[in-house]
Design a protein around this ligand. Sequence first.
Ligand code: 0CH
Ligand code: SF4
Length: 328
Amino acid sequence: MDLGARALYLAGMDKKPPLILYLAAPRGFCAGVDRAVQIVELALQKWGAPVYVRHEIVHNRFVVDGLRDKGAVFVEELDEVPGDRPVIFSAHGVPKSVPAEARRREMVFVDATCPLVSKVHIEAERHHAEGLQMVMIGHAGHPEVLGTMGQLPPGEVILVETVEDVAQVMPRDPDRLAWITQTTLSVDDTAQIVAALQARFPAIVGPAKDDICYATTNRQAAVKAIAPKIDALLVIGAPNSSNSKRLVEVGRSAGCDYAQLVMRAADIDWRALEGIRSVGVTAGASAPEVLVDEVIAAFADRYDLTVELVETAQERVEFKVPRVLREA
Ligand code: 0CH
Ligand code: SF4
């Protein structure tokens, strides 16, 4: 091989393979997460460190670590918080007993429950006041489910997780039932559970469609739009983030066999991606955009990258922070 040919050969070896990256929109932070993070930041400005937060404010280690660096202290239960420091309740909501105990201890507290979760709490209370027993569709043990079920006395909310669970529901009176849902469920799976409930309990009442929020719905729709044209899907989000895990499932059901949850670029399994020509990237409602940028940069390092935005909706939802923090 002469020198010129060898130079050309080496340049070819250096050449990055082409890759199209379909970037889903909407993705990442929703209005409820944005508000919850702002609440912790404003509380730190107003009261100084430490400000306690009951449960991860949102399910993302990067967000939690960032706030911890600024002086937030994360605990799981209220009894871990000293009575003379402010405490914030996470975006997922809390059982009624938690603010009640904070009041009893005369603590300063700010509730960062997303207004769309609070809306479900109010729905449950309204049905309960009308004498209806509730069926909640959600994931056992998830903080939002504990918070929503904890709005009513024990036994008033029956939890179902799957279509199969519907057959096991033993209500007090099958004609006096209402259903509610967790806000971050799979839209399609939930529709099937609702249909099973309606088939078994024709008198059951509920919301017009479900209680799944706009952000969950939109992120799933964006994944459905890109899934058929990609060889792999990466969802940026944490393993304990319900809405992020649902995006992986939605991607798989919409035809993308390789769909993985990654916390950040360092988690990408590059060997598993060998030979792909296209990839989809999205982020759960609690994943900050800086982690999306990091993932795109990691792809740009390895591939001759073309980024295409796939926007299936535009979001303009914003939630105000509680009045006590507005002047902070
Ligand atoms: O998706 P989940 O509910 O696990 O929570 P997250 O990942 O912190 O996202 C924000 C949703 C908060 C409550 O709806
Ligand atoms: Fe609110 Fe939906 Fe975001 Fe949860 S995912 S915080 S319900 S907007």
